[in-house]
Ligand binder design. Structure first.
Ligand code: ADP
Ligand code: MG
Length: 701
């Protein structure tokens, strides 16, 4: 039985309605379980010893060095208890046990020196310590680490109401001392046994009340393992089920469109990586199973071509394909380049975005329904309710991290037989995170850049060195190159950001005056039409400089642009910086990324800037990002939304545990795919509890 775990926190002695409200609002603690899963962020050594005569009722936990004298059994029935006098040179305190009498009598010897640890309470005029932790004094002295006290993070508001770390610890102790508290085991012996995992109840107790560092390690290991294990079990179960059950459209023929495209239109030789990935996708499309594939490839690696060729395969088999981009600018760019690529090929391409005109929209909707449109490119307008397809067979999501979970869920519901799904991402995701977010997807990686690209040179300058930077920019322009200048745009201070942009634009216009220089501007407050005019001004080479907010972050492809200047670079996250840098280095010329920063930088910002200077490798950068910030803050994951919170596991550090959890989950499913064997009942029960009613990630990816 586990009712107590699910009871509201206000029923815990010492909480009450006021504190319950605080715990809920500030720490998301609603139930006993939430409290127990509120893990300490660190531990402190218990080095302080008290003398018996110093004991007081308002003390949380004390440790006292002394000896036991005389055990006595008192009371009867349920009040029966074992007591002992514990004394030092200053007085006597009574130790009390309600359980485990035999064990206690066996374990502790009178006249031996012990250290006891517990909370003193006053009972009929004398101090008691109920169920104290007891340790031999000698052992403590020989041990390297001493006992450790858990520290809990608390907010200012909590502290204002005396809910500081110690108070949380006290609540924790109260909860654990409640005889009715039962923590049912959540992993079967087949899992805990071979790995020698602590029981859940031990782990939860020990993580709050460890005796040693080993205790903490073991408890953490058990809890992290469990957390990652169930995620993997869930993902792998879906993956397995889908492999068996989900029928997919069969794209079996290689037809006229792809062949003629390959023979006549392909503007360059595909890289080996592109070829391999297209083969992998083709195998999926022809397999009769629905494809769910993640395509990872660093910025500039040529994912668009892979997308196009996949859609042509679809068209050859009579299916429509759609390609969703995160921004209108990017959708338009895709539309333009794909339209150009397929010139002369019998493939009808259309563009649908939020600002497509009514009449055009009606025409497109008709073409989608009657099947005359083969390829639809657009933004989320593609997945609006009223957009219906005749025969949608393939959905490609570009730069997926800008699409929220809910948006993709909609997509899934578009047809009875789910279309093939290809998720393309240029945000290199660390392996551990990919395994956790996309563990049910097949993964293809483009790990090779088109030939002839020179690594981008990255440099950092402060505002004081601006003249130098301007000089460099002028020389680049003289050489016929083009330059991006990007300003941060962070939602919370939007108007301030626009002011930065405007100020920057002004100084830029002074340094690069017309008619010698032409500057184009793109930012989110412009109409689509104006944005397009500005983009075209730059794309056509008329404008030398494009000043923009981060709307250009994703996917914009202008090979002649060879310098990326990022203003207030310290305000950008690592993956954003990497994305921005990826806008240059697309042509054959040496490209540069210039990070403008203020004079004083935080340690974190310095590390980000240094990482950017040190490496061009997106995966290295993603790993650094994960290490520095943790997955919750990783760009991309935030927008797409982790389908769960990791309470204890850290994807930046726990890769090994993750591997272990995944392989154990895989073994179990290989043996019992439906988890129907009696020994696996607990697993399927917990899977249902954890993922059952909640949105299931793998169903939409
Ligand atoms: P991303 O993977 O970032 O979406 P794109 O698909 O935009 O990259 O490709 C970047 C640039 O490289 C484009 O100009 C594209 O036409 C070009 N490109 C793609 N594949 C090749 C290739 N195999 N050889 C040469 N250029 C290529
Ligand atoms: Mg792209």
């Amino acid at each position: 039985m586990s009712e107590l775990l699910d009871s509201e926190i206000k029923f815990l002695p010492g909480v009450g309605p006021k504190r319950a409200e605080l715990l809920q609002a500030e720490a998301d603690i609603h139930t006993f379980r939430d409290l127990i899963y509120y893990f300490p962020y660190k531990y402190v050594d218990k080095t302080r010893f008290y003398k018996v005569k110093e004991l007081d009722t308002d003390m949380q936990y004390v440790q006292v060095k002394g000896k036991i004298r005389r055990f006595t059994t008192e009371g009867g029935g349920s009040a029966r208890r074992l007591t002992a006098d514990f004394y030092d040179e200053t007085g006597v305190v009574k130790l009390v046990w309600f359980k485990g009498h035999k064990w206690v009598l066996n374990a502790y010897k009178p006249e031996k020196e012990y250290i006891i640890f517990g909370k003193p309470t006053l009972f009929s005029g004398a101090f008691n310590i109920v169920h104290p932790e007891i340790e031999e004094s000698e052992k403590r002295e020989t041990r390297v680490s001493s006992a450790l006290e858990a520290q809990y993070s608390t907010t200012e508001k909590m502290k204002d109401h005396f809910l500081h770390s110690k108070a949380v610890a006290k609540l924790m102790a109260t909860a654990f001392s409640m005889p009715a508290l039962r923590i049912p085991e959540t992993l079967p012996p087949a899992v805990t046994g071979p790995l020698k995992l602590m029981s859940l109840s031990d782990a939860l107790f020990r993580i709050h009340f460890p005796d040693s560092n080993t205790d903490i390690e073991n408890a953490r290991f058990r809890l992290k393992f469990e957390e990652l294990f169930y995620i993997q079990l869930n993902l792998l179960r879906y993956k397995g089920n889908r492999a068996k059950n989900t029928h997919g459209f069969v794209f079996s023929v290689v037809g006229e469109r792809l062949n003629s495209f390959y023979a006549n239109n392909l503007p360059f030789a595909l890289t080996e990586a592109q070829k391999r990935v297209i083969r992998e996708i083709r195998a999926d499309l022809g397999s009769g199973r629905q494809m769910n594939r993640l395509l990872q490839g660093d910025v500039g690696s040529g994912k668009t071509m892979v997308a196009l060729m996949s859609m042509l395969i679809g068209a050859d088999n009579g299916f429509q394909g759609c390609l969703m981009a995160p921004t209108e600018v990017l959708a338009i760019q895709h539309y333009n380049s794909i339209s150009r690529f397929v010139e002369g090929i019998d493939a009808n391409v259309a563009l649908l975005t939020g600002s497509t005109k009514r009449s055009e929209r009606t025409r497109i909707e008709k073409g989608l329904l009657d099947g005359s449109i083969d390829i639809l490119i657009g933004t989320h307008a593609l997945i609006e309710e009223n957009v219906k397809y005749k025969n949608l067979g393939l959905v490609i999501i570009d730069e997926q991290h800008r699409f929220g979970v809910a948006q993709r869920a909609k997509l899934w519901q578009k047809s009875d037989c789910p279309p093939h799904v290809l998720v393309m991402t240029a945000t290199p995701i660390p392996r551990t995170l990919a395994m956790t977010l996309y563990g049910d997807l097949d993964v293809s990686v483009i790990d090779e850049m088109p030939p002839g690209r020179k690594p981008i040179k990255t440099m950092a300058f402060t505002d004081a060195e601006r003249e130098k930077v301007f000089g460099f920019m002028r020389r680049q322009i003289e050489d016929g190159r083009q330059i991006y200048v990007v300003y941060p745009l962070i939602k919370e201070s939007e108007s301030l950001d626009y002011k930065d942009l405007e100020d920057g634009l002004e100084s830029m216009a002074r340094a690069f005056p017309p008619p010698q220089y032409c500057i184009s501007v793109v930012h989110g407050r412009m109409t689509t039409k104006d944005k397009e005019i500005s983009m075209n001004l730059f794309r056509s080479g008329q404008a030398h400089i494009m000043v923009a907010t981060t709307v250009i972050e994703v996917g914009v492809d202008i090979p002649n642009a060879s310098v990326m200047v990022i203003e207030s670079a310290e305000r950008f996250g690592l993956s954003q910086l990497h994305q921005l840098r990826g806008r240059v280095g697309r042509g054959a010329d040496q490209s540069y990324c210039i990070l403008m920063t203020s004079h004083r930088l935080s340690a974190d910002a310095t590390e980000r800037i240094n990482t950017m200077i040190a490496t061009n490798d997106g995966f290295e950068i993603a790993e650094a990002d994960l290490r520095m910030r943790g997955p919750g803050d990783l760009e991309g994951t935030q927008q797409s939304g982790m389908p769960f919170d990791l309470k204890i596991a850290d994807l930046g550090k726990d890769g090994q545990i993750l591997n272990l959890a995944r392989s154990r989950a895989g073994e179990i499913l290989a043996d019992d795919p439906e988890l129907s064997q009696p020994g696996n009942q607990l697993l399927s029960l917990n899977l249902r509890k954890l993922f059952g009613r909640k949105f299931s990630w793998s169903e939409i990816s």
